[in-house]
Write a protein that binds this ligand. Structure first.
Ligand code: NAP
Length: 337
């Protein structure tokens, strides 16, 4: 295959205040670098847009460095090797790596993983980082056990759709989900087998959760934070466990709009609650077990998943990202390049 001399990449043009806008991104044509010994040149085929990228657009110290203004963004992508200077990788191999937001990427051999026979997007979703987050968060962090009543917020997204189904498959007594549209609620109830689900925009979360979980909840897998976390604390049974996975309801908040924390945190004492934050990267020891379990459930037709794939190439990535933050995706949000 002929490698073009230039290709497109997306750079951070400015830091957003609140929800990002198209002006925060810049589509630029740049020379395609030549890979040296130990490197691959990869033509990206599909890339991920993820909530954590919103945090990286802010200039704040966090567990991952902020994106730099004028530099390309990065993130999960799957592409095809077009030049290989790495033993064990051949032209045509499909690889998972961390240099998305560009059409061509030069990837060090140690940072590329060959993918299997599943559809490529699955390695960025159900079989990739979000699926692994669901697995580790539910089973390791929240110490889920058979018979638990489980509540998943953001349940129709990439992580949530997997977390709720693992709970069901592992013998939860009741699985409850929340999402932001009635269509997503139908997806949870009719396709994924949740026992109850509600649209958090239709009324206070506290009341809707109390109705959906008349006997209380034992485990909360939280993707949303804010009002959802406060409602879960109210609904928790004794010794309830929360896996604090994300807090997307506050990712676009500014210092002046940041809501106060849960007002009912004092209940955690009497209820002996465990509220535990986590990062998927701390649970790499579960990777093989996760791939076997979730791969097996998918193959057996027991675990389903959706993806929302934005077509139109790299130029559509900013709107796909903004759309994901606004709830336009069902399941994993991806961009086809
Ligand atoms: P996702 O759920 O596929 O997409 C984001 C979803 O968030 C949107 O579709 C939208 O759905 C929902 N949302 C947006 N604003 C909201 C608001 N104000 N209140 C409630 N929901 C809102 O994303 P994902 O990749 O699966 O990530 C889910 C969460 O997991 C995020 O918080 C992310 O940061 C976190 N995460 C954590 C780790 C870790 O290692 N801890 C790893 C991966 C992801 P609705 O239509 O339902 O509003």
């Amino acid at each position: 295959m002929t490698v073009p001399r230039t290709a497109q990449e997306i750079r951070l043009a400015s830091r957003p205040q609140g929800l990002p806008t198209a002006e925060n991104f810049e589509l630029v044509s740049a020379p395609v670098p030549a890979p040296v010994d130990g490197e691959l040149l990869v033509r990206n085929l599909v890339m991920s847009v993820d909530p954590y990228m919103r945090g990286r657009m802010n200039d704040v110290k966090s567990y991952v460095a902020p994106f730099e203004i004028g530099r390309p963004l990065d993130g999960g992508a799957v592409g095809e090797v077009v030049v290989s200077n790495v033993e064990g990788f051949a032209v045509g191999d499909k690889v998972l790596h961390g240099l998305g937001w560009r059409e061509y990427a030069v990837v060090g051999g140690a940072h590329a993983t060959k993918v299997g026979d599943a559809p490529l997007g699955a390695y960025l979703g159900v079989l990739g980082m979000p699926g692994m987050t669901a697995y580790a968060g539910l089973l390791d962090v929240a110490s889920f056990k058979e018979g638990d009543v489980v509540f998943v917020s953001g349940a129709a997204g990439a992580v949530g759709q997997v977390a709720g189904q693992i709970a069901r498959l592992r013998g939860a007594r009741r699985v409850i989900g929340s999402a932001g549209t009635d269509a997503k609620v139908s997806y949870l109830l009719d396709e994924l087998g949740f026992d109850a689900a509600f649209n958090y925009r239709n009324g206070p979360v506290k009341e809707q959760l109390a109705t959906a979980a008349p006997e209380g909840i034992d485990v909360f897998f939280d993707n949303v934070g804010g009002e959802h976390l406060e409602a879960a604390i109210d609904s928790f049974n004794l010794y309830g466990r929360a896996a604090l996975c994300g807090a997307i309801s506050v990712y676009n908040a500014t210092a002046s709009t940041l809501p106060p924390g849960p007002r009912n945190l004092g209940l955690a004492v009497g209820k002996r609650l465990t509220l535990r934050g986590f990062l998927v990267s701390d649970h790499a020891h579960l990777q093989d077990e996760f791939a076997r379990s979730v791969g097996g459930w998918i193959a057996a037709g027991q675990l389903k998943y959706r993806e929302t794939v934005t077509e139109g190439g790299l130029s559509e990535a900013p709107s796909a990202f903004i759309g994901m933050l606004s709830g336009e995706n069902l399941g994993k949000a991806l961009v086809a390049l």
